[in-house]
Every structure is written in structure tokens, then in C-alpha cells.
Design a protein around this ligand. Structure first.
Ligand code: BGC
Length: 733
């Protein structure tokens, strides 16, 4: 449709139709509706019949029936939009987003987003509530798993890559869906990692540390944005004119549609803003909140706000136009069923090529934290024990996986081992469950009673494992968090592996110290003891559909893990939040200096730092070189580092560029990531990796909050992780 046609359609709508367009609720209502069982609900039939969108229905046949009925009944036959939380895969599940960040490979992130869009768009899903572009620095926060980690630059590259993948640069193309970046803004800064907690960041931190990844998603063309539950500077994001108008529209010139988070307009009452629907509606309208998810402030309050002169019809129309415009961008007026096609689904679902990319992503995102040479293992008659609750467990897809389609289960590690090695000398000890009695509260909250053991069974299971490993050459411990311990509603005050599994680990390690630990987790964890008592430690996060096969490949050296951490692993939860680019203070960080910043009982630095990860070969780095030591605003400096593969195997290495501003008007971190490249280097070979340093990379919010590059000294570092210490210096004139 042309803009004029859209406008004409808009002009023709009744106020009820307009409010319907900008309302949304969950798909279950519509499923019941087409199945003829719609009873007992909080939405009137009229409201439901006019609702412009819904979410989390995943079945194309069902979606097409809902769409058909909706169009037939709607006075103007406007099609519905179908959305969903498809954060790391749909039919084929890829590793969780935090893991994908660790790949340091935006091209691969883009590719898996494209494959996700291919699988979901044939199921009729038009908009994906992803990527989550929330920089998160606190391991306690369950939702840290949904974004790409603690670094702003890396989050920008990954958010942009996934938007480009979902939308494939052109929503007219088959196999695409619109991207909705979230949670705008600053959700990752919740105090103490508390779920739905308070965010209180300075304007400077908001702009330099938290906003850029959302902006990168906008610049990549994301058609939708979701507001965050939290407030910024006391103003709830859902309804913030500052965020949704001034920043999104006036500054960033973005023309997409904004959706609230679940029930958030109604939650204005919880923030102490108002209990009145007309006022909630007014706040939403004034901030240009185009879709209200899962509450009815618009339906219940908008007409009154209009009658009272608090809002104008033009302001309402602006929201409705955002929604119609989005439907138009998706081509729904021409084809309301878009790519939904149950037959096509059979063709594109679980393709071997998609599974191959999923498996590649597992290897690229798994982080080898320690290896004294015990990995990779060999299967030449060695007696290897596989121990722990993840030996024969297929619940490894991860947190954010929506239902609605018939998706294949992941394989278990045990079945992948048996499939791979017909002849083996493996022993399995997987009786010990995930939780013990001490986890009562968590188990009840997460409804995981089946995963809990009583004391007698616990003792028997652990004793059996101890006996099983006694005469083994190697023990592979597969332990970690349960899937439900990550994601929304999964903040923790401890970031340890559950105690029963630690007891299993300790008692096994006492009789056999040839331990390789494979860790399943959705946040950085306190793994000091595990690391110290293991000869190798491989973090596989929640690896998804192809997790087990990839783990077996990595353990036995068919593939090598090549991920690097995008969130620092602390020594203890007491260090949280901890991140590599915190600002310096006026005191040193040297422990032996009694006036140092830090703790008396724990190092200041993390246990495993940002950017860190090993693989099955070694790399050496030259000192970084730069091609000039002075730079004007329109020049580019090239930094170059030589990386040599000094080991016996070919391998991937994520080469990282960091800068430090030495002459700023405001405090700046010791290092900031400003570039990275993942390169493949053959054994014995050296490659030159170059990075362009443009003035844009040097910009900061200066003392007056102007976004400028301030003249003066800059240091350039290039290395394998954030600990790189050698640098070169240049001066911006
Ligand atoms: C979450 C969002 C999600 C939405 C819809 C909310 O509770 O915060 O991330 O997209 O629900 O499922």
C-alpha cells in the first residue's frame, strides 16, 4: 500500500478499531477462539475481534486459521500480526545468546538468525522479540543469558548482526521476519541482578554503556522496539517521552513501532505513577507507545482521555499509523498469510545444513577455560567415566524456547557418545540429580521437584559414582545449572553449581583427579573450586539442539572449542557486578598497596576475564603496530598485530583491539574493546590482523555531555583478551 492508501484506511477506522490495532494479548486467547472454546477471559469479544496482533503461537496451520477468521470478522479486514520470543532458534535451537556472543563471530550470529527466521517465518511468525541488546554486568541477573554480555561494543556488533539476519536486509524476501530489539533501555543494569529490579544509572552511563547496542539495532533496520520494565531516572521506560520520543525519534530518527513489555502500561500503578486507565493511556499515547502488550489501558482508558482533551485524535492516529505501517512493511495487506505454509515447513525444518550451523555455533561459542593437555581425549581403549546429571539429559536447549511446533529433542551426551563410538570402554554414572534438600526453595519456585534427591538416594548415587570412577583413566564431569535457573524470573544470589553436584564433584575428584569438567550454565559462575580441581574445564552454556554431538566432537578433538568470555567470571558472587571496563578510581588496584581499591579477602580482578578462552592450539602475539602516531579527525589509523599459531593444530582465534583514552575530560576505563576479528590460522602460520581506528571509535560523552573525540593521547592494545598489556600510542590533534 502507498502511504496515502494507509492514511485513507486509517481515516476510515472507528475509534474502537484504532484501539484494537494498538492492543495485543497472548495467542492462547485466539487459539481458543478458533477452536471454539473461548470462555472466561478478561477481554471482551469486541476487543479480541479487533486486536491487531498477538504472540507466541507457533503453528502455521493454527496461525492461518486465526488470520482467516480475524480478517473475515474485522470491519476493514485488516490482517493480524503474529509475534514471538524466538531468541535463539525455533525448530533448530542454537546456543543461548550469551553463548553466541562468545563466538566473537557476528557473521555466524547473522547466519543463525537468518536460519531462525527461515524456520519461523514459514510458521507464520512476522516479528521476533529479539535481539535483547541489554548490556549486562551482573552474573546474578537471570536474563544476562538473553543478551551478548558485558561489553557495549560487542553487544552493538551482535545486535546489529542478528537484526540483519532476521530481516535479511529486506522484509520482502522470503524467509524473513521483523526484529524487535529489547528491552529499551538499560534493563541489564538492574541493581544486584534482582529480577524486575531497580535501575539507576547516570545519564552518561546510560548513553555510553547501555544505549549504543539498541541504537545499533535501529541502525541495522530493526522495525520494532520493546520498552523495558524498569524506570530510568525515575521515569518508567514504558511511557518515557525521553526515551521513546526524544532519543528514539528525535535523536536517532528511527521510524519503527514501539511495543510495551508484558502488562507494563498497567504496571505504571506499581511504579506509583497512576491507578487510572485514562492517565495510563495518556502516558502511553504521549510517548508514542504503538502497541500495548497484555494489559487494557488503551481499551479501558483511551476514549475518556480523548473526551477529556488529554490526548488528541492525531496523537492516537500516530500510534495506529505506526502499526499499519509495520503491517505494510511486512507485506500483510497484499498477503496476510505471508510465508506461513505448513507444507513449506516440512521442507525447511531441521535441515542438515541448519543443524550443521548449529553445531558450528556450539563449538564457536563454547569456552575452554582450562586445559593442562588432557583434552582432547582419545578413544583407544581408555576407560573413561562420564559422571553427573548432564550425562543422559536432553534438557539442554536453554531458556527461551517457545512451544507450538513439534521440534526434535536434543540428543543426550550419552546417546551421542554411543552413536559415535561403537567400540568404547566408557562408564556412565548419572544417578545423581540436579538438586538436593538444601535447594528446597529454588526447587519449589521452579517446580523442579522431580530433579531433587532425598539424602539417602543422594548418598547412594554419589557412592556409586565414586566406585565407578576409581579405576578409570579419565573422568568427564557433566554438571551445572538447570535450564530454569537462567532467563526471566531466574535471578540468583549464589552463582555456584548446586551443592549436591559439588559434593559429587568433590568426592569423585578425591579418588580420581584426571577430571575434565563440562559446565552447563546460563550466567558466569563461581567455579574456582571446580577449575582448580579439574585438569580441563569446558563451558558449553546451554548449547541447543546439536549440543550433545558438538560436545562429543570437542571432547574427542574432532572440533575445537573457540569461544571467549563476554562476561567476566568472578571469584565469588561478592564481586558482582564485575566487568573489565569499569572506570579507574584514584586508588591503585595493587593488593599489596594498603590503600588499593578492592577487597581484603578477594582479588579485585575476576577469576576469568573478559575476552579469555583457550582452544586446542596456542597463539603468540606480536606487539601491536600502528601506521602513524598522529591523527586528525578525518584520518584513519591502522593497527596491525601478527598472530602466530604455535601449536600443532589449525585453529580459530578471536583477536581483540582495545583503546584507552589518556586525555579525556571525564574518567575513562583502562581499556575498551573497539574491534575484534575471528581468524583461522593454520599450525605454524602467522597472520597479520589489522584494525581501522577512525575518529568515531574515539568519541565519548565529554564533560558537557557532547559526543566528541577529545584531542590528546590514546593507547592501542591488540591481543587475545582484555589482559593484553603492550601498547602503542598516538595523538589525536
Ligand atoms: C519479557 C519479554 C518478552 C515478553 C513476551 C516479557 O515478560 O520481558 O522479553 O518478549 O514477556 O513474552
Amino acid at each position: 500500500m502507498t502511504k496515502q492508501e494507509l492514511q485513507a484506511l486509517l481515516n476510515d477506522l472507528s475509534i474502537e478499531e484504532k484501539i484494537g490495532e494498538i492492543s495485543q494479548t497472548v495467542g492462547s486467547y485466539f487459539i481458543k477462539d478458533v477452536e471454539g472454546a473461548l470462555t472466561d477471559h478478561k477481554y471482551s469479544d469486541e476487543h479480541l475481534a479487533l486486536m491487531g496482533s498477538t504472540f507466541n503461537v507457533g503453528d502455521p496451520e493454527l496461525i492461518n486459521r486465526i488470520q482467516k477468521k480475524h480478517i473475515e470478522n474485522h470491519p476493514h479486514h485488516i490482517p493480524m500480526m503474529f509475534m514471538g520470543d524466538i531468541c535463539h532458534g525455533f525448530s533448530t535451537i542454537f546456543p543461548v545468546a550469551l553463548a553466541q556472543g562468545c563466538s566473537f563471530d557476528p557473521e555466524l550470529v547473522k547466519k543463525v538468525a537468518k536460519l531462525t527466521a527461515m524456520e519461523s517465518s514459514v510458521c507464520g511468525i512476522h516479528i521476533n522479540y529479539a535481539p535483547a541488546a541489554d548490556v549486562s554486568r551482573d552474573a546474578r541477573w537471570g536474563r544476562a543469558v538473553e543478551s551478548y554480555g558485558e561489553d557495549v561494543y560487542l553487544n552493538c556488533r551482535m545486535a546489529e548482526a542478528s537484526v540483519k539476519g532476521y530481516q535479511n536486509d529486506d522484509l520482502d524476501k522470503e524467509g524473513t521476519m521483523g526484529a524487535c530489539f529489547k528491552h529499551f533501555a538499560g534493563y541489564g543494569a538492574v541493581e544486584a541482578g534482582r529480577e524486575y529490579g531497580v535501575v539507576d544509572v547516570s545519564e552518561r552511563s546510560l548513553r555510553q554503556d547501555y544505549l549504543p547496542p539498541y541504537k545499533a539495532a535501529c541502525d541495522a533496520g530493526a522495525v520494532m522496539a520493546m520498552a523495558a520494565f524498569n524506570a530510568i531516572s525515575g521515569v518508567p521506560c514504558n511511557g518515557s517521552q525521553y526515551l521513546l520520543q526524544k532519543i528514539l525519534r528525535d535523536e536517532w530518527k528511527w521510524d519503527g513501532a514501539v511495543i510495551s513489555d508484558w502488562g507494563s502500561l498497567n504496571f505504571l500503578r506499581c511504579h506509583g505513577i497512576t491507578h487510572q486507565y485514562p492517565e495510563m493511556a495518556e502516558i502511553g499515547v504521549k510517548s508514542r507507545m504503538a502497541i500495548e502488550m497484555c494489559s487494557q489501558c488503551y481499551w479501558n482508558g483511551m476514549k475518556t482521555a480523548l473526551e477529556n482533551g488529554k490526548i488528541t485524535m492525531e496523537e492516537i492516529d500516530r500510534l495506529v499509523f505506526d502499526v499499519l505501517n509495520l503491517k505494510n512493511k511486512l507485506g500483510l495487506f497484499e498477503n496476510p498469510y505471508r510465508f506461513a505454509d505448513p507444507e513449506k515447513l516440512k521442507e525447511v525444518k531441521d535441515l542438515p545444513s541448519t543443524r550443521a550451523e548449529a553445531q558450528k555455533m556450539v563449538c564457536e561459542s563454547s569456552v575452554l577455560l582450562k586445559n593442562d593437555g588432557i583434552l582432547p581425549l582419545e578413544n583407544k581403549g581408555q576407560k573413561i567415566a562420564f559422571v553427573g546429571p548432564y550425562v543422559d539429559n536432553d534438557d539442554i536447549l536453554g531458556y527461551c524456547v517457545i512451544g507450538g511446533i513439534d521440534r526434535p529433542n536434543a540428543q543426550t551426551v550419552k546417546s551421542a557418545l554411543e552413536e559415535r563410538f561403537e567400540k568404547n570402554n566408557f562408564v556412565y554414572a548419572d544417578d545423581c540429580k540436579m538438586f538436593g534438600n538444601e535447594d528446597q526453595r529454588l526447587v519449589e519456585f521452579l517446580e523442579l521437584q522431580d530433579e531433587m534427591m532425598n539424602d539417602a538416594d543422594r548418598e547412594a548415587a554419589i557412592a556409586k559414582a565414586v566406585e565407578a570412577v576409581r579405576d578409570c583413566d579419565t573422568v568427564v564431569m557433566l554438571i551445572g545449572e538447570h535450564r530454569k535457573m537462567g532467563g526471566e524470573l531466574a535471578a540468583r544470589t549464589e552463582i555456584t553449581v548446586p551443592e549436591i553436584q559439588m559434593e559429587l564433584f568433590r568426592r569423585v575428584s578425591r579418588v580420581n583427579d584426571n577430571i575434565v569438567t563440562v559446565l552447563f550454565n546460563q550466567r558466569p559462575m563461581d567455579i574456582v573450586e571446580i577449575s582448580e580441581k579439574s585438569k580441563a574445564l569446558l563451558d558449553v552454556w546451554f548449547p541447543g539442539t546439536m549440543g550433545a554431538q558438538a560436545i562429543v566432537d570437542m571432547l574427542f578433538g574432532v572440533e575445537a572449542p573457540s569461544g571467549k568470555l563476554t562476561m567476566s567470571f568472578p571469584y565469588t558472587v561478592g564481586q558482582c557486578p564485575i566487568y573489565y571496563n569499569s572506570l579507574p578510581t584514584d586508588h591503585s588496584t595493587e593488593f599489596h598497596d594498603h590503600h588499593a581499591t578492592g577487597y581484603i579477602d578477594c582479588p579485585t580482578e575476576p577469576y576469568y576475564p573478559f575476552g579469555y578462552g583457550l582452544t586446542y592450539t596456542d597463539f603468540s602475539y606480536s606487539k601491536v603496530k600502528i601506521n602513524q602516531t598522529e591523527m586528525t579527525a578525518n584520518e584513519t589509523i591502522t593497527a596491525e598485530v601478527e598472530v602466530t599459531n604455535t601449536g600443532k593444530r589449525d585453529g580459530y582465534e578471536a583477536v581483540q583491539l582495545y583503546l584507552r583514552d589518556m586525555d579525556a575530560s571525564v574518567s575513562r576505563p583502562y581499556k575498551e574493546l573497539k574491534g575484534f576479528k575471528k581468524v583461522f590460522i593454520k599450525s605454524g602460520e602467522t597472520v597479520k590482523v589489522t584494525f581501522d581506528i577512525t575518529v568515531d571509535l574515539l568519541k565519548i560523552y565529554d564533560v558537557n555531555m557532547d559526543y566528541v573525540a577529545e584531542p590528546g593521547e590514546f593507547r592501542v592494545f591488540a591481543g587475545p583478551n582484555c589482559l593484553v598489556s603492550e601498547y602503542e600510542t598516538f595523538y589525536l590533534k
